[in-house]
Design a protein around this ligand. Sequence first.
Ligand SMILES: [Fe+2]
Length: 322
Amino acid sequence: MEFSCEDFKVGKCEGQKLVDGETMPLVLHSPDPNNSSDLDSLVSSLKKNKDWFEQMIIKNSAVLLRGYDVKNAEDFNQIVEAFGWDDIRYVGPAPRTHVYKRIWTANEGPLEEFIYYHHEMVLIKECPKKVILFCEVPPPKGGETPFVPSFRVTERMLEEFPGAVEDIDGKGLKYTFTALSKNDTSSMRGRGWEDAFGTSDRAEAEKRAKALGMDMEWLPNGGVKTILGPRALTKVFDGRKGRRMWFNTMVGMHGKEHSSAMMADGTEIPENVVKRCGEIIEEESIQFKWEKGDVLFLDNLALLHGRRPSLPPRRVLVTTCK
Ligand SMILES: [Fe+2]
């Protein structure tokens, strides 16, 4: 694979890191910003170099297009459609609003809350390979979208807790998550089950949950407890150097008000393992400052991502692809 491409110039950004020989994120600019940073030039460059671009996403895990004239959801949608990747419908706890064609708002939960690191839809059978984000309004302070090379978490956890990691990996994980009936936009986990499953019919919701590999227990307050498991602790995906990804949401869901994580046989996960894992994830995180018009492509099989607390206004849009 050719690592350079005449239609893009490799740049730098604050916060990028060199991880196992790869720069994350790979920053790409127009080779001639005076003539070719407009949307039409970008879209035709992407169409022309589609396969190369996809390889760069897999190689570097994150690719940031910067300095192009991308103004709104319509522009962003054109960029996404240039690749022809299939859309994948979002299933999960985040309250999101449809904006335009394939484009949604990112989590609309309160900006002052930290959205914890996760692989998008990690608990669903078919999760997206790519998460693509577009910054329409950069936050004045905070609001970064940090991401973490997942295999580094596995490596470091294996160094510190080889026994516990193999024990949990062997047994698998079991999670529970409690959702309300209706949406509550005052919480970042506020997506009600009716919206999450696209129906207010309980039997239909159960059917759809089953198809996604979840069991449900109805609660007297109209909410529902979803139970998932066994699920993997780590996973290895094709084409990613045999890296063992930390493909779970143990730290994010363990011991929380709305959720839990334990081993699939019901064994508790040691508190110190969860706590240390959270520290390692934070230490391995990479973050840059959003600029207006940025488009970020994340390899969802290789990276965890989150959102730091932010001052308003902040408008970041998202789409997920197969
Ligand atoms: Fe996300």
